[in-house]
Write a protein that binds this ligand. Structure first.
Ligand code: GLC
Length: 439
């Protein structure tokens, strides 16, 4: 075996997770949930949403604002009361202009500018007449004190906009709406994207009791039967991307040490679209010293942090052809790396697959932890609604989760399933608004 293939074997050993390891992670996750719920120190924040499951009969016309981290989307929606939602109008803009004209995610921008930008997109959608209740999907950890109030604990996903952390988010939005001449828009509820995803899918299917995002970021919410705040059923936003009792590799530690907030978001940094490309890059950079791309004069280009993203990882993992010509082409056209040999592209493909499969298995282990908490014997069927580019576009991702479930649960795995809830995070804001208005 060549040195390079031997090095690949070492990488495999580090990234592979046996069914026993999955089980250990799920048990630790369950314990962290219990600790977080009872107010003990825990990497899981277990934040209340003040929302329960929808009945599916909610009706009305509502604005939904979806503030994720990549784009701001505004939808004017109509809930029909029969599980269906139609979108009447929509507007969307990236938070960071691709041509460099603006970037509301950087240190240079502040909260006022960011919320004025959001208001300008709402303006594109909202008619001048009438009043419009609005639901706000805000996909960051907030200390929520009621349906419509919460302060940002800290930014995640490497967002750095000034003067937002510690602030009351609905107030920032309300003030921006007034400044921008939009008094007819009335924020009613603020929710996490995981909560929105759960609501949208549960609006049609009552077996949905978990909502999750596997996209730029990663996080999960679930329906807690007796929430500590109310002793009633409530959807809890776990901020599970922050879970930290995991088998870290040296690559994970290196990535973490160079990130905005070292120590935070350790699971997210192993599994989400914002980071998996960087995990892959660190592995490939390590393998350069062990024979990867030796005939490529431009291989040093791999020394640029974050030059590989989630999309690149998906392309590399998905090119299963014998020649891996897509990988060769991608290396040349996107990264400017020429001269890759057949063994190089084979190794790059394998590493991308290993990173992708590890991501799916780690996330699956956290879902297993939730089952242990809500229904250890799996007496009922449970559907996990998932939104996000990694779940939707990473080749083999849903299948790798199913394999993990089958390995750990055996025959009982038939009680659990995952389903794509496309745009569920934003649409959920409309359902949450319907619930809030009714209350
Ligand atoms: C990050 C945020 C979390 C969000 C997730 C998915 O983990 O902290 O609130 O749900 O990304 O967007």
């Amino acid at each position: 075996m060549s040195n390079l293939l031997e090095a690949l074997e070492q990488v495999k050993k580090q990234l592979a997770l046996t069914p026993e390891e999955l089980q250990r992670i799920s048990k630790r996750f369950r314990q962290a949930m219990a600790d977080g719920l009872s107010g003990k120190p825990s990497s899981l924040k277990m934040l209340p949403s003040y929302l329960g499951q929808p009945s599916g009969t909610e009706t009305g016309r509502f604005l939904a604002l979806d503030f994720g981290g990549t784009n701001v989307r505004v939808l004017l929606t109509e809930l029909a009361g029969d599980g269906s939602i139609s979108v009447l109008q929509r507007a969307s803009k990236p938070l960071k202009n691709p041509a460099g004209a603006y970037d509301y995610t950087s240190k240079e921008a502040d909260g006022l500018q960011l919320f004025d930008f959001i208001a300008s997109i709402i303006k594109e959608v909202v008619p001048p007449e009438g009043t419009y209740p609005l639901g706000h999907t805000f996909s960051y950890p907030i200390n929520q004190t009621g349906l419509n109030s919460g302060t940002l604990i800290y930014w995640t996903k490497e967002i750095e906009t000034r003067n937002v952390a510690g602030q009351e988010i609905t107030q920032l939005l309300q003030e921006a709406l007034i400044r921008n001449g939009l008094p007819q828009v009335q924020p009613q509820v603020i929710l996490n994207d995981t909560v929105g995803t759960l609501l949208t899918a549960a609006y049609k299917d009552q077996t949905v009791d978990i909502g999750s995002i596997c996209g730029t970021g990663h996080n999960t919410a679930y329906l807690e039967e007796t929430a500590p705040q109310t002793n009633k059923p409530m959807i809890i936003n776990m901020e599970s991307g922050n879970f930290d009792q995991l088998p870290f590799t040296a690559y994970d530690d290196l990535l973490d040490s160079h990130s905005d907030i070292p120590g935070n978001g350790r699971l997210e940094k192993m599994v989400s679209g914002r980071y998996i490309g960087e995990v892959l890059r660190l592995i490939l950079w390590d393998l350069l010293g062990k024979g990867l791309l030796t005939n490529s004069p431009d291989k040093e280009k791999l020394n640029t942090p974050y030059c590989l993203g989630g999309e690149d990882t998906a392309v590399f993992a998905g090119d299963t052809t014998a020649e891996h010509s897509t990988i060769t082409h991608w290396l040349e056209s996107k990264l400017g790396i020429h001269g890759a040999q057949p063994e190089d592209v084979q190794v790059i493909h394998s590493c991308a697959q290993l990173v992708a499969v590890r991501s799916a298995r780690l996330v699956a282990a956290t879902y297993l932890g939730i089952f242990e908490h809500i229904d250890p014997e799996l007496k009922k069927p449970h559907t996990i609604a998932i939104d996000g580019s990694v779940y939707e576009k990473m080749p083999g991702f849903p299948e790798a989760m199913d394999t993990a479930f089958a390995q750990v649960l055996g025959l009982k795995a038939k009680q659990v399933s995952t389903v794509l809830s496309k745009d569920g995070s934003g649409l959920g804001a409309a359902i949450a608004t319907a619930i809030a208005v009714k209350n």
